[in-house]
Design a protein around this ligand. Structure first.
Ligand SMILES: Cc1ncc(COP(=O)(O)O)c(C=O)c1O
Length: 458
């Protein structure tokens, strides 16, 4: 057992903090890594280690981890109006300005913005809005929601049901009924021999159609997808995928909800993943880079069709009975608005586009490594497939504990990786430079070499 002196922050953490996504028993032994400060894309711990963060925290720290300008905006907002709610016709400048701004940059015409506090809340609220819409339209049985295997959409009871990862359901008695999962569009893993990407996309769209028909189109309310599938390891879609999927959804009047929580605000090389992949959603959820992760804020954008349903429901029920105390929080909204201003001033999309070729080349070049089967990416997001054997595309057995080995080796090499199953996912801060991307690739190759040397001898 690791020893920490009684009053050290490590011992106090173990005694007091319950960590999400952490093995509670192991934590008693290993304790926390305590981060202290940051410098651009590098984050430092209290032991003096500096890490290049290949994941921007949780896909969110678009501008790195400290920002004086945003701090000043938060300070001023707190001095002026540190809190007010937007319930029951109340409003304030930051909520109005931010909503207006989001509508002006939306990838398709949208009608209204509902500000929330996290990606989970945004998706949870969007689920309710989908159900509310179909109820308003006199179709209360149209309730089922389809997401894709491997997807992650949040941790509330409903959004974890939408999340198509069995290990996220274990021990909770979830998912709820009425959440269905269709295929993960990973061409490298699930494409058939001789099949082209477009044929693969068509096959998946056909399967989706089959599911809708089997369930009864009159019971299927919405399809949920993040343009680049984060939970599947930052997986860009195969060619033609969203075009074919949308054709099926339109045929059966199934709503498309685009989860832009990680893709929104430049990540894929356009403002929205929807723009990159030609998606025309009815609702959009966004968060994370909306405030450069400096304040907890998210938003749901709804189109006019959904808003018309809301009007009908207000006529029926007297009000839209939904809301969180901190929804549209003025400090968060002011910071988000300033973040969007910063993106414009720094010409964020051009910045991402200018380093995208370096990102694709440098990470793609790792495909010559014996452990790397494949790389797909766009903008500043993507992932590599880790395999035991490239020819057969077989995986390392679970007993090897590859994820833990990669994580530990990467940290020794000054790199924080996001390992998702058999993929390493990349979503570095959007301010990363070409040279920092090269450094990331160098540290990653060293990590892969070291882990390979260990595991091939097993
Ligand atoms: C695609 C996607 N949707 C939703 C969420 C949930 O966001 P939050 O953690 O802010 O609740 C995440 C979080 O990583 C995500 O990646």
């Amino acid at each position: 057992m690791t020893h920490f002196s009684a009053n050290s922050p490590h011992a106090r953490d173990i005694a007091s903090v319950l960590h999400p996504q952490t093995n509670a028993r192991k934590h008693l032994d290993v304790g926390p890594t305590i981060m202290t400060h940051a410098d651009g894309v590098y984050i430092n711990d209290d032991a003096g280690n500096s890490f290049l963060d290949a994941g921007a925290g949780l896909w969110c720290a678009s501008l790195g981890y400290a920002n004086e300008r945003l701090a000043k905006v938060a300070y001023e907002a707190m001095k002026t109006l540190g809190y007010y709610q937007i319930f029951r016709h109340a409003s304030h400048g930051p909520a109005i300005d931010l909503s207006e701004k989001l509508l002006s940059i939306a990838p398709v015409p949208m009608s209204k913005v509902l500000l929330q506090c996290s990606g989970s809340e945004a998706n949870d609220t969007a689920i309710k809005l989908v159900w509310y819409h179909w109820q308003a339209q006199g179709k209360p049985e149209k309730r089922k929601i389809i997401s894709r295997s491997g997807s992650y959409h949040g941790s509330t009871c409903a959004t974890i049901s939408l999340t198509a990862k069995p290990d996220y359901h274990s021990g909770f008695g979830l998912p709820f009924d009425g959440f269905l999962y269709t295929d993960c569009p990973n061409f490298y893993r699930f494409g058939l021999p001789g099949e082209t990407e477009k044929e693969f996309s068509q096959r998946l769209a056909d399967k989706l159609e089959q599911t809708i028909l089997e369930e009864g189109p009159e019971t299927v309310a919405a399809f949920w997808a993040d343009p680049v599938q984060g939970g599947a390891g930052a997986l860009p879609p195969p060619a033609g995928y969203f075009e074919k999927v949308q054709a099926v959804l339109r045929k059966y009047d199934v709503l498309f909800v685009a989860d832009e929580v990680i893709c929104g605000f430049g990540r894929t090389g356009t403002m929205w993943g929807c723009e990159t992949y030609g998606i025309e959603p009815d609702l959009i959820s966004c968060a994370k880079a909306l405030s450069a992760a400096m304040q907890p804020i998210s938003a749901v954008l709804i189109n006019d069709r959904i808003f018309q349903s809301l009007l009908l429901q207000s006529d029926r029920y007297g009000a839209f009975i939904h809301g969180y105390t901190y929804a549209g929080h003025p400090v968060c909204a002011a910071v988000a608005l300033e973040t969007l201003k910063i993106y414009e001033e720094m010409q964020l999309i051009d910045q991402v586009k200018s380093v995208e070729p370096v990102f694709l080349k440098e990470i793609g070049a790792l495909c010559d490594h014996p452990m790397v089967g494949n790389f797909t990416g766009c903008g500043l997001i993507g992932g590599i497939e880790i395999v035991k054997d490239k020819e057969s595309r077989t995986d390392w057995p679970a007993s090897v504990g590859l994820g833990g080995r990669l994580d530990a080796a990467a940290r020794r090499n000054g790199l924080i990786l996001r390992i998702v199953g058999n993929r390493i996912a990349f979503s570095p801060p959007l301010i990363i430079t070409a040279e920092e991307i090269r450094e990331l690739a160098r540290r990653l190759r060293k990590t892969l070499d070291e882990v390979h040397a260990d595991v091939k001898a097993l």
